[in-house]
Design a protein around this ligand. Structure first.
Ligand code: GLN
Length: 286
């Protein structure tokens, strides 16, 4: 970008393009600084930028060009219809993870209570989306990161969605409790994965899990039987090429009904199974 500050919205978008910043991203950043919707920007693209907004816009565009996620720059991200505050303590919620929420909702009756646990909740996205759509569910959510858990708890308070937030590693904070449904989007990227540089602004502890990316998935599957009620389900998000490995883990551990769900790109992104012991009078529900 040239040293000169942008004088108009059009200028700012031109600077952004020169730096390789996506046009929609640039519009979102400009709109956030000016506190205007995109429709306004389009109609006022030659208005002079007021006060210190040109400087603030230039700074955000430069940070975006250096790879910071738009969600961190805006401080929020929409997930499953909820606006969540996000910051570098938490992974930015991905649209692909909505697949996991949709699957969870099909297993949860809307008119009966259910005990639900979200492991590695991050911003609280999955737990809050489930609680938003299943008011009778008792939702608990665990994270090992104090910063993430605070972000999640703040999101819950702001959205007025009660979730029990618990600090610790995977099942450790729930002791001997058992659940109808356990969901998790754990770290699942291999430590040497070529995509990691592009994700460098997000918390490494939320992304990588050992040489094959399966370390945390193995831990969760191994410990889940001690925390599921008979007939309870475990649903997991994982890497685009890990579906067979996760299905094998579930089958080897004794899960039944192992199946997959596709993400927006058509990859098998989620795999889950049912812990046996369901009474035959309630097939398929939790
Ligand atoms: N789906 C994210 C990505 O590939 C990673 C999420 C995760 O590790 N749980 O960018």
């Amino acid at each position: 970008m040239s040293d000169a500050l942008p004088r108009t919205v059009e200028d700012a978008l031109t600077h952004a393009r020169a730096l390789g910043v996506d046009r929609l991203d640039a519009q979102l950043l400009v709109g956030a600084v000016l506190d205007r919707p995109r429709s306004w920007l389009i109609a006022h693209d030659r208005d002079p930028l007021p006060g210190d907004t040109a400087q603030r816009i230039a700074t955000l565009i430069a940070r975006r060009a250096a790879g910071e996620p738009v969600a961190y720059l805006l401080g929020e991200k929409e997930f499953f219809g909820l606006t969540l505050a996000v910051n570098p303590d938490v992974l930015v919620p991905r649209p692909d993870t909505e697949t996991l929420v949709e699957w969870a909702l099909t297993l949860l009756p809307s008119d009966a209570p259910a005990d639900v646990l979200d492991l590695g909740t991050g911003s609280g996205a999955i737990a809050l989306a489930i609680r938003h759509h299943r008011a009778r569910a008792q939702v608990s959510a665990v994270d090992a990161s104090a910063g993430a858990l605070q972000t999640a708890a703040d999101n819950g308070a702001r959205l007025n969605l009660p979730v029990r937030w618990l600090a610790g590693s995977w099942f450790a904070p729930v002791g001997g409790e058992r659940f109808d449904l356990v969901v998790s989007n754990p770290p699942y990227i291999a430590e040497d994965d070529a995509h990691l540089p592009a994700l460098r602004h997000e918390p490494r502890s939320a992304l990588t899990a050992g040489p094959d990316g399966l370390d945390d998935l193995r831990t969760i599957v191994a410990q889940a039987p001690g925390h599921l009620k008979p007939g309870g389900w475990l649903l997991l998000e994982h890497g685009w090429d890990q579906a067979d490995a996760v299905a094998q883990l579930l089958t080897d551990t004794g899960f039944h009904e192992v199946s997959h769900r596709l993400d927006l790109g058509g990859h098998r992104r989620c795999t889950g199974g049912q812990w046996p012991g369901l009474s035959p009078t309630h097939p398929g529900s939790v």
